[in-house]
Design a protein around this ligand. Sequence first.
Ligand SMILES: Nc1ncnc2c1ncn2[C@@H]1O[C@H](COP(=O)(O)OP(=O)(O)OP(=O)(O)O)[C@@H](O)[C@H]1O
Ligand SMILES: [Mg+2]
Length: 185
Amino acid sequence: MIIKKLSLYNFKNHTEKRFEFSPQINCFVGNNGAGKTNILDALHYLSVGKSFLGNTDLNNIKNEEDFFTIEAEIGNEDSEDIIKILQPKESKKIIKKNDKSYDRMADHIGYLPSVMISPYDSNLISDAGESRRKFLDSMISQTDSEYLFNLIQYQKTIQQRNALLKYFAKNRTWDRDSLEIYDEP
Ligand SMILES: Nc1ncnc2c1ncn2[C@@H]1O[C@H](COP(=O)(O)OP(=O)(O)OP(=O)(O)O)[C@@H](O)[C@H]1O
Ligand SMILES: [Mg+2]
């Protein structure tokens, strides 16, 4: 599977750009600030639906504009797919494969697996375990949909458990039974 073509519209500093890629190695050459890393970020969006630089989706819309789109032509062995991401300013991000919207982003993850390596990866060594876990979770989720499903469930449970702990702290109360509902999963 290869990404044959990429079109960007109002994505960060790219007003309207089209790229055709080689099936082998591709290099981007340009001045500082020309938008090379932003192209990689667009490819990361196509893979997992978000920026690898940690920006919010809305910050990736070109300044003063109302939406961005990222569109790619993906060549498989004997067919082609079009993946399109639309992020409007006022509503939810939409991701489509061949004009059909996904219900959940999780259904797309794994279709176009990617590994992003950048200077920021020194964080993986210097930061606390959280960034290492995130990195591994993201890699494994792309090849194992059950892992991704369990991870999403786990994160929901942790969020609810934390909300309960905060509630206990705020109201100076404690209820072991309600906490155990979350400990089991
Ligand atoms: N939402 C946005 N709207 C407009 N411009 C943006 C937006 N987000 C980022 N930029 C611009 O993108 C540019 C940075 O692009 P990028 O980091 O891709 O450059 P680069 O070619 O990788 O540069 P370097 O060679 O320094 O790594 C900056 O000029 C920044 O202002
Ligand atoms: Mg760069």
